[in-house]
Write a protein that binds this ligand. Structure first.
Ligand code: SIN
Length: 292
């Protein structure tokens, strides 16, 4: 297994590793460390059955079953389908997943370690891939914050709510997302998250606050909270923290869902098919020990 950095703020390519085969303890440790330190890992040229894809994800933690999702692979409720393809007039997958900067599962008391996506079909135009997934580095964003901002927000929390992102997506023209049912809503109540969290692999502080889900800073005057969140979101949006993954079919992409924010770019048309399998890996293990 070889780790080849992209040279950007985030991202490595992990070469010469076949994810359909058992992963050795030494490689597992290297993957976990690379996830903490580089944030976005691409395993190119993979050929995986759905079960093997999910099994690789499960090595790192329990897999989430999304209560709001009706699109998953048959027999695998944990393997969500992200796709713009329709069959007999019906969508085969969630067509607008992640189209806005966010961190998956920050709206949940139990947060996610990582996201794992497997590209089956990538939209192409003029021989160029479309539908990039973009990232920003929240270790670096925390490091660069002015000392007085770090002092002011240390120990404080922000309220994150699943409904914020869901409703943003619903408000987009042509959205087919239904309002959440009372049952779905009850399963996703708002939660308070630390604005600065400690990363479970690197042990370093990160900025854990994203525009997709964070609504306000708790116990702060509303205007000051809005102004501070605007500042944090503009700060984390700087180019120096940016990395874009350009997809090739067969890529498995694993990203750190604690130390990054991400955004899916909807720059492809309905006749440019995209089909991606996804599992969400919950942070259910002692990663500091496993990576040591
Ligand atoms: C996501 O936010 O999980 C979706 C990312 C993508 O489809 O590129």
């Amino acid at each position: 297994m070889r780790i080849v950095p992209t040279g950007q703020s985030l991202g490595v390519s992990i070469e010469d590793l076949d994810l359909a085969k058992p992963v050795s303890d030494a490689d597992y440790k290297k993957i976990l460390r690379a996830l903490g330190h580089h944030g976005v890992l691409c395993f190119p040229r993979q050929t995986l059955e759905t079960g093997a894809f999910a099994a690789f994800g499960r090595l790192f933690g329990d897999l989430e079953i999304n209560v709001a999702n009706q699109f998953h692979e048959p027999g695998h409720p944990e393997v969500m389908i992200l796709s713009n393809i329709t069959r007999d007039g019906r969508p085969t997958g969630l067509g607008d997943a992640g189209q806005g900067w966010h961190t998956d599962m920050s709206y949940s008391r139990d947060i996610a370690l990582a996201n794992l996506l497997y590209a089956i079909q990538v939209p192409m135009r003029d021989c160029r891939p479309l539908g990039d997934t973009q990232f920003r580095n929240m270790h670096a964003a925390y490091d660069d914050l002015p000392a007085d901002m770090k002092r002011r927000l240390e120990g404080r929390t922000a309220t994150h709510d699943f409904v914020k992102f869901w409703d943003m997506m619903r408000a987009k023209p042509g959205s087919t997302r239904a309002p959440l049912t009372a049952e779905q809503r009850a399963k996703k109540p708002p939660v308070k998250q630390p604005i600065f969290a400690t990363h479970p692999i690197t042990g370093r502080k990160i900025l854990y606050c994203n525009p997709g889900y964070a609504l306000w800073i708790d116990d702060m005057d509303a205007a000051e909270s809005a102004e501070t969140l605007d500042y944090l979101f503009a700060h984390q949006a700087q180019d120096k923290y940016f990395h874009a993954h350009k997809w090739t079919a067969g890529d498995v992409l694993m990203w750190d869902n604690i130390g990054t924010v991400h955004n899916a770019v909807p720059d492809y048309r309905p006749d440019e098919p995209r089909y991606i399998r996804r599992v969400q890996i919950m942070a259910t293990k002692d990663y500091a020990r496993l990576a040591a």
